[in-house]
Design a protein around this ligand. Structure first.
Ligand code: F6P
Length: 414
């Protein structure tokens, strides 16, 4: 305190020469106090100063990995908003760029609350994404740390208190690996394929389904006009959820999914039967991962070789050829492709992403790491990562939806 004005702020009331005197007096007092502290207390003080922000602020790293889809931004927003609501300025969120690539290369940046504003409806991901195959994570590179080691190093150096990871099947295998190596992880289930084990539904699926339905709806009128058979190829390599749901919702006549190996003659018979019944057209919804009966009987190696030698750009073109030969009907192929993953999330996905985001923030608050937030019996629940990792959720061939399709008289390709 200033000796001349013990109460109130001395600097504010003195003119410059006196102020200088006050400063010197104060500096001397601080120096005196500092010396009296002793070496240990001085060291403690510096340590505290150094770690001040780190101790006081919770650090959350967020990344989106694998194929993008609608709702990624909505989910990031859900997590962030709930965290800011709970912890205010005591939490710092770091955006890790391009999925695991950013974690491997230490490419991350602090984000502000306003970064999560106005992104509820935006397609894609504001963080960027990339595919980093799980099998490469622990591969030793010459004189170099593995990707896993690099990711662990980034987490250590960044002092992340938790990683929030949004992704599908491959992403979850790596998330589980990180969790097994002691990193606190919470994940959210993303994929238009809906093939992630442990959750009734993944976000992105319902938006992609709406797009696929719109495509098949539109194809109806042109197919009718020209009396054509149309094949619409829907995304989904390993699981047929999207094709099955979109096919039923849009009134497709044949639905071909990877879980039910197809027989071209059975599909052709269904098309011919429709034509005999006076139907001018037929629509065949085919999953990109559809396989024939012959292929289903092959070993994995033979199947790979057969597909590598297949002279068609995709399975739909081969099926079109097969059907044309049997039916002599004009066949056209439409492939909406990545269109199915683009644009704004539908209302159902916005809602789902927000619920999942809030639940993820709650898991962080409660310290319940190593879990994916999932939908079970229409409720959001945590599911241990070790149960999710490496397990695919495929369409049950004797399930209710396949049964419903058959009851409607649809051909399931077999
Ligand atoms: O996993 C989602 C998905 O869209 C699949 O349906 C599709 O097989 C695959 O990604 C396409 O991957 P990419 O965008 O790398 O071509």
């Amino acid at each position: 305190k200033c000796e001349r004005k013990p109460s109130g702020c001395p600097f504010a009331f003195h003119n410059p020469p006196q102020r200088q005197n006050c400063k010197i007096i104060i500096q001397n007092s601080i120096l005196q106090f500092w010396k009296q502290l002793g070496e240990k207390a001085q060291r403690d003080f510096f340590d505290k100063l150094k770690n001040y922000r780190r101790d006081e602020t919770m650090k959350i790293g967020m990344l989106t990995s694998g194929g993008d889809c609608q709702g990624l931004n909505a989910a990031l927003r859900g997590v962030a908003k709930a965290l800011y609501q709970e912890f205010g300025t005591a939490v710092t969120i770091y955006g890790i760029r391009d999925g695991y690539r950013g974690l491997i290369e230490g490419d991350y940046h602090p984000m502000e609350p306003q970064d999560f504003s106005d992104i509820l409806t935006r397609g894609g991901t504001i963080l960027g994404t990339s595919r980093q195959p799980f099998k490469t994570m622990q591969q030793a590179e010459e004189n170099e740390a593995t990707k896993l080691e690099k990711m662990l190093d980034t987490c250590r150096r960044a002092r992340f208190d938790c990683l929030v990871i949004l992704g599908g099947n491959g992403t979850h295998k790596t998330a589980n690996l990180l969790s097994e190596h002691g990193i606190p992880v919470v994940t959210l289930p993303k994929t238009i394929d809906n093939d992630l084990w442990g959750t009734q539904v993944t976000f992105g699926f319902q938006s992609a389904m709406n797009i696929a339905v719109e495509v098949i709806d539109s194809i109806h009128s042109t197919a009718f006009s020209h009396s054509r058979v149309f094949i619409v190829e829907i995304m989904g390599h390993k699981a047929g959820w999207l094709t099955l749901h979109a096919g039923i919702a849009s009134g497709a006549d044949v639905i071909v999914i990877p879980e039910i190996p197809y027989d071209a003659r059975a599909i052709a018979a269904a098309i011919q039967q429709r034509a005999r019944g006076g139907k001018r057209f037929s629509i065949v919804a085919v999953a990109e991962g559809a396989i024939s009966r012959e292929e289903a009987a092959m070993s994995k190696k033979d199947f790979k070789a057969a597909r590598a030698a297949m002279p068609y750009p995709s399975i739909s073109y081969r099926l079109a050829d097969e059907l044309q030969k049997i039916t002599s009907q004009e066949i056209r192929v439409t492939i909406p492709g990545h269109f199915q993953r683009g644009g704004a999330p539908c209302a159902a996905d916005r809602l789902l992403c927000t619920r999942l985001g809030v639940a993820a923030a709650e898991l962080i608050r409660e310290g319940k790491f190593g879990n994916m937030v999932a939908v079970q019996n229409d409720r959001i629940v945590p599911v241990p990562l070790k149960e999710v990792a490496g397990r695919l959720k495929t369409v049950p061939v004797d399930g209710e939806l396949v049964h419903a399709a058959r009851e409607l008289g649809l051909c399931m390709g077999d």
